[in-house]
Design a protein around this ligand. Structure first.
Ligand SMILES: *Cc1c(COP(=O)(O)O)cnc(C)c1O
Length: 498
């Protein structure tokens, strides 16, 4: 069949629209979107035919021009267009707070409350009892106060915005003293010095990378009188200095300085702050609320840090707290009241969905055992080796079927040529938290004879529910710490599909 003959056979738009398969799409997608998809499919056919060489049909199957085939192509195209760009994946990396994979998964009650609250109207800014306007800041305030012992609390978009708001409202136009060893870059464009500049506060770096003493902070303090009188040693570039507005400690959550080191404790800073009547700020980052030292996690937690007497503390909602993306600020009422009234507070405020998820997550912390059981991030950190070994066994069995013996060290090769074994791995917390902590875990390791491990990893990412795996020693690792029990079957199917 030559080119012109093929072109003549392309169905008309109206003919395709009249096909029952296509017509049925109107209700869901709307007539306009369906018509557009029909045009795109027809244009695609025409373009393909035009590339066919004059001699005839080489590379083009005339059956593709049948009405049934075109209708099927249209529904496939519509399905492709309607696929969300944000969708669930299975995290088989063993890294619990994987920033690329959306950090903390939410607990069930949080997810259900998001749906319940956002489906209809809510009391987001309405005092139902009094019948008048309320404040969204009151929603979780009492709960955070109860859990942390703080005087007051507020929530903003994330911890980066919390840092902006805290510095802008407490220290704009003044210096904030920070240790050189704590000038953190969190990732992306979030660097403490840059945020400081944006906020209008001036960074006063003290100490050295590995050592900062309490006296370094104290020596950097400048009173308003000294600043105005120019009563300080000249700066290297001759610049004028500003009065000190606050002392700030930043938790170096994503790196550790080891060896010959010294840092001032929160207690040291509180003492200096009191003496000089300066507020002390702690950017804690990870939002750990319970003591996890039994699991190798020697990190400060929120209530213990606040108990040292610091004035304002800020942390993320979706790191070790295990809730939605948010920045939580706790501390003295006089500072938080000022933040609530700051123009930035409006720009950084969070939606009802965040409050809905955060409230349910925080409620779990009324009992540490409940938090460890129900909050996925804490459950994954505290899961026992036995639980993980058993889950790895179930995954291996789901892949291999009866051939799986379950014996320690067993390696089973499936009829499809996949060799499967259970191996020990070191999982990580991730999300820039606790970089030196390795949690002993288990994984199912898969190899496939001559086929490269990279190609297995790629293929798993293309599964119906993408599975994101790890590669170690040329083996594909499916780390079960971050695979939920109900996902084991899905991962097994994806592996069998290899
Ligand atoms: C993660 C982190 C931040 C940034 O928090 P986001 O919630 O990601 O904006 C800021 N400071 C510290 C110390 C952190 O660990």
């Amino acid at each position: 069949m030559n080119k012109n003959e093929l072109l003549r056979r392309i169905p008309k738009v109206d003919e395709v629209l009249a096909q029952p398969l296509v017509f049925d799409c109107f209700a869901k997608s709307g007539r306009e979107a369906v018509t557009e998809a029909v045009r795109e499919v027809i244009d695609g056919l025409r373009a393909r035919i035009l590339t066919v060489d004059e001699a005839g049909a080489a590379g083009f199957n005339p059956a593709d021009l049948g009405l049934g085939a075109v209708a099927a192509a249209v529904t496939a195209r519509l399905a492709e267009k309607e696929r969300n760009r944000l969708y669930g994946v299975i995290n088989a990396t063993g890294t619990i707070l994987h920033t690329n994979l959306g950090r903390a998964p939410l607990c069930r009650e949080a997810v259900e409350n998001v749906a319940a609250v956002s489906r209809g109207y809510s009391n987001l800014e309405y005092d139902v009892k009094a019948g008048k306007r309320g404040s969204r800041h009151d929603i979780i305030r009492d709960l955070v106060v109860e859990l942390t012992g703080a005087e007051d609390a507020m929530v903003v978009n994330n911890n980066a915005s919390a840092t902006m708001l805290v510095l802008s409202s407490m220290a704009a136009g003044r210096e904030v003293v920070v240790s050189r060893g704590e000038l953190v870059e969190i990732g992306g464009a979030f660097r403490i010095p840059d945020i400081m500049a944006q906020s209008g506060a001036f960074l006063r770096e003290v100490g050295t990378t590995n050592k900062t003493k309490p006296s370094d902070y104290e020596n950097a303090i400048l009173t308003r009188e000294q600043a105005e009188a120019g009563d300080y040693p000249p700066e290297p570039d001759g610049a004028a200095r500003f009065a000190t507005g606050a002392l700030m400690k930043v938790h170096t959550s994503n790196y550790k300085i080891m060896g010959f080191t010294e840092e001032a404790t929160l207690e040291n800073l509180v003492e200096i702050g009191r003496k000089h009547k300066l507020p002390v700020i702690f950017d804690m980052g990870n939002g750990l609320m319970v003591d996890l030292s039994a699991y190798g996690l020697d990190e400060p937690n929120v209530p213990a840090s606040l108990a040292t007497g610091i004035d304002v503390m800020l942390f993320s909602g979706d790191k070790l707290l295990g809730g939605p993306q948010a920045g939580i600020i706790v501390g003295r009422r006089k500072y938080i009241e000022k933040m609530k009234k700051h123009p930035l507070a409006r720009a950084l405020r969070v939606d009802k969905m965040t409050f809905a998820a955060l409230e349910e997550t925080l409620k779990k912390y009324r009992d540490a055992e409940v938090a460890k059981r129900d909050i996925p991030v804490l459950r994954m950190i505290t899961e026992s080796a036995e639980t993980l070994r058993a889950r790895a066994g179930r995954l291996a069995e789901a892949i291999c079927g009866d051939a799986w013996t379950g014996e320690p060290g067993a390696a089973v090769t499936t009829p499809d040529g996949l060799t499967v074994r259970v191996v020990e791995v070191e999982d990580q917390i991730g999300g820039g938290s606790a970089p030196m902590v390795y949690l002993p875990g288990f994984a199912v390791a898969v190899t496939a004879g001559a086929r490269s491990t990279q190609s297995l990893e790629r293929a798993l990412r293309k599964a119906t529910v993408p599975v994101i795996a790890r590669i170690r020693d040329d083996q594909l690792l499916l780390c079960v710490r971050t695979i939920a029990d109900e996902e084991v079957g899905i991962v097994a199917e994806a592996v069998k599909g290899l």
